[in-house]
Design a protein around this ligand. Structure first.
Ligand SMILES: Cc1cc2nc3c(=O)[nH]c(=O)nc-3n(C[C@H](O)[C@H](O)[C@H](O)COP(=O)(O)OP(=O)(O)OC[C@H]3O[C@@H](n4cnc5c(N)ncnc54)[C@H](O)[C@@H]3O)c2cc1C
Length: 406
């Protein structure tokens, strides 16, 4: 590349997407100055184990640090969250008052757990959300034998925490507002399958209800909850797994269309509220809303590990050659481990209007479902049948690259 030696690229968000973008920039020959800004004090680490092995592994949580290759040559500004972006001046401001000028900026700030509405007041002690390493360590310390665990929300995260609780021998109650766990994102067959996994493992799954009030004792620690259906649950520890919201609050006032994730085009260039490209600004990972060809080009924030990697690599390439941008052409994918069952999906099951169950064997814990939108394949999900996804992925890739992405 020419002229790179003078360019200063800034990545905000020092985790999965941020690291992958930095790696890609160097691998593609970027020789200029590179700064990575992170709100956390930690070097990049992986989050998926935080709701799995980090809660259950004997002998303490495993090290989930992501390897940082030597060749990255970045200046790491950790523990210093970005608080403002001024795209006109091409500067980003950090909480300590530092102002960083940039020639290109990547927003990779991920997401934060959705919390209880503020009018419910501060939650009692031993009520957790789970997003970062500190959350996982604090939660793990409270998951001691004999305790009763309440999990609010039976999405993938809540379901994994419930599975961890059962693996540790706790009494577990799972409260889910929908008719079945995961029904909204994966349909009723998968929802029934996951409900069965919970119940077979001894978790008390309560559906079509919500945790209305959390109760605490005189010491301020959780004692239980009243549910929307009027019943009560006793609990010593609770995890609120109510979904995640893209961490884009710091972009308020920047002009970016950042509500619910930075809206991007398929080249990962950030758009303003008028839908115009904001020069020099890009986004990737859980913080980004990217047009999905499989959902008729609708921009969506997916919240999946592999999508964060794919988007970060594409955004980094586009940052280097803004005049011949790289389009994202990866098929979304996701995995989860529940009670020893490996769930994997490709495409966008949640965008389907029809789910076709190809195989359902509750005893062998195997499943294969294909998802369709107006008759066209948009996704597939397997349990214990990972090998079957390759053919779906190919077909979805073909579709994603031939359908306009908006
Ligand atoms: C507990 C858990 C389990 C998961 N399990 C799975 C799984 O099984 N399968 C799967 O596909 N996906 C899973 N995911 C999702 C996956 O981890 C995410 O999709 C992935 O981490 C996204 O990477 P990211 O870099 O975009 O965001 P993040 O990993 O969230 O990183 C964003 C970083 O930006 C930092 N940041 C935030 N605001 C600022 C700011 N203003 N300034 C500077 N830095 C900031 C944050 O502190 C964070 O370090 C899981 C997520 C969690 C939390």
């Amino acid at each position: 590349m020419t002229g790179d030696g003078r360019r200063h690229l800034v990545i905000v968000g020092a985790s999965l997407a941020g690291l992958r973008a930095a790696q890609t920039l160097r691998a593609e020959g970027f020789e200029g100055e590179l700064t990575v800004v992170g709100a956390e004090l930690h070097a990049p680490y992986d989050r998926p184990p935080l709701s799995k092995q980090a809660l259950t592994a004997p002998g303490g949580p495993p090290d989930t640090a992501l390897p940082v290759p030597d060749g990255i040559r970045a200046r790491w500004l950790l523990g210093r969250p970005a608080v403002a972006l001024d795209p006109r001046a091409a500067t980003v401001t950090l909480a300590d008052g530092t102002t960083l000028p940039y020639d290109g900026l990547l927003v990779a700030t991920g997401a934060a757990p959705r919390r209880l509405p503020p009018d419910r007041g501060a939650p009692p002690r031993r009520v957790f959300t789970l997003r970062d390493r500190e959350d996982a360590h604090a939660l793990r310390a409270e998951l001691t034998p004999g305790r009763r665990l309440l999990v609010v929300g039976a999405g993938f995260l809540g379901s994994e925490v419930a599975a961890a609780g059962r693996a540790l021998g706790l009494d577990v109650t799972v409260v889910e507002a929908g008719r079945l766990p995961l029904e909204r994102v994966a349909g009723s067959a998968v929802g029934a399958f996951v409900a069965d996994l919970h119940r077979t493992a001894g978790a008390d799954l309560r559906v079509e209800t919500t945790a209305e009030t959390l109760h605490s004792g005189p010491d301020g620690a959780l004692t239980g909850a009243t549910l929307g259906d009027g019943t009560t649950v006793t609990a010593d520890v609770a995890v609120l797994a109510l979904g995640a919201v893209p961490a884009t609050g710091w972009l308020a006032g920047s002009g970016l269309d950042a509500e619910g994730g930075v809206r991007c085009d398929r080249w990962l260039r950030a758009l303003d509220t008028e839908g115009r490209v904001v020069p020099g600004v890009f986004a990737a990972g859980d913080a980004a809303r990217v047009p999905q060809p499989l959902a008729d080009g609708q921009p969506m924030a997916l919240g999946h590990w592999s999508d964060a990697l794919d988007q970060a690599a594409t955004a980094a390439r586009t940052m280097l050659t803004p005049h011949s941008p790289h389009a994202l052409d990866a098929v979304p994918s996701f995995w989860s481990d529940l009670y020893g069952a490996r769930i994997r999906s490709v495409g966008l099951p949640g965008a389907a209007d029809e789910a076709r169950v190809v195989e359902h064997d509750a005893v062998a814990r195997r499943m294969e479902v294909s998802y369709h939108r107006e008759g066209r394949l948009v996704g597939a999900l397997t349990v214990g049948r990972t090998a079957r996804l390759a053919a779906y992925r190919e077909e979805l890739h073909r579709r994603s690259t031939t359908v306009p992405a908006g």
